[in-house]
Design a binder for this molecule. Structure first.
Ligand code: NAG
Ligand code: NAG
Ligand code: NAG
Ligand code: NAG
Length: 253
């Protein structure tokens, strides 16, 4: 019955499939001891990633990344949006997400593989990220030409800018836009399960004349999402957690 004492926070971390896998892998430390990798240090040095650093901390994704770096065979690639990228988001974009969705948003900026600028060209689309939801793993598309690499979410397309760090197992690239996952910010698919009758239809996104960039229109939808939609998301999350606990208990019986 110790499972019942598992805190929600722990479950939140455990709910990421990649973590479950990594938690089971035994760390092996071959070769010479590498210099301790420190994502926070890399971002701090960059000087314009304070919002991303705060979110890494708040969502505990930073800790996950740090421990995955210790255990990963494939390494990690991180897209670090600048502070400008965050301040260019439509007001309420972040606050419109529940806790689990914020975790997903940040995990979406983490690829479970090390990509150097050269190996980006070998990436086969869609490229899996660390984020996932009820529809499976969230992906990005990566396109490259001789001197440019773009990352695209289906909502946002942005060049991969400055290399902040690139030495296996960690690559950190600066991006000028927050990568908004299509699964969170795209049009909501019709509900697959029967919904309560009070599920109000989504209001059409108000088109303001000032909203010239398509990405800005797209990000408007979560902030205008009705409370019932958000409640549904939370409910799904709670049910998911319940199933996870059930599964964990079952597999230990
Ligand atoms: C990483 O660097 C930051 C700032 O440079 C420091 O506060 C933190 O303790 C370091 N963490 C580790 C695990 O070395
Ligand atoms: C990663 O490994 C280093 C050195 O082996 C250790 O000091 C650190 O606590 C580990 N960090 C995590 C998050 O596992
Ligand atoms: C990257 O995106 C820009 C527009 O943001 C576009 O002009 C360019 O052709 C794209 N490059 C690649 C390699 O996809
Ligand atoms: C990736 O590209 C494929 C094919 O063009 C497209 O169907 C898919 O929606 C794209 N996914 C993202 C995340 O951009």
């Amino acid at each position: 019955m110790a499972y019942l004492t598992i805190t929600l926070g722990t479950l939140l971390i455990l709910s990421t499939p990649n973590l479950l896998i990594h938690a089971k892998t035994t760390p092996i430390a071959p070769g010479p001891t590498p210099a301790p990798l420190n994502l926070t240090g890399v971002l701090e040095k960059g000087g314009q990633y304070t919002t991303f650093m705060r979110l890494l901390k708040e969502t505990q994704v930073g800790q996950q990344v740090q421990s995955q770096l210790n255990n990963s065979y494939d390494g990690l690639t991180i897209f670090a949006p600048t502070d400008n990228a965050f301040s260019n988001l439509k007001a309420g974009t972040l606050n419109g997400l529940n806790a689990q969705e914020q975790v997903s948003l940040i995990l979406y900026h983490v690829l479970p593989r090390y990509y150097s600028q050269v190996t980006f060209e070998t990436a086969s689309n869609p490229v899996r990220t660390q984020a996932s939801g009820s529809n499976g793993v969230y992906a990005v598309n990566i396109t490259s030409s001789t001197n440019q690499v773009n990352v695209s979410t289906g909502i946002v397309n942005t060049p991969v800018q400055t290399v902040l760090y690139s030495d296996f197992p960690l690559a950190v690239y600066s991006v000028d836009k927050v990568l908004l996952p299509y699964d969170l910010f795209g049009p909501k698919p019709p509900a697959s399960a029967p919904e309560p009758a009070d599920h109000s239809p989504k209001k059409p996104t108000k088109k303001s004349p000032a909203a010239d960039a398509p990405s800005e229109e797209a990000v408007a939808s979560p902030s205008t999402a009705s409370p019932s939609e958000r409640t549904t998301g939370w409910r799904t999350f709670v049910v998911g957690m319940g199933l996870l606990v059930f599964y964990c208990m079952g597999s230990h019986l």
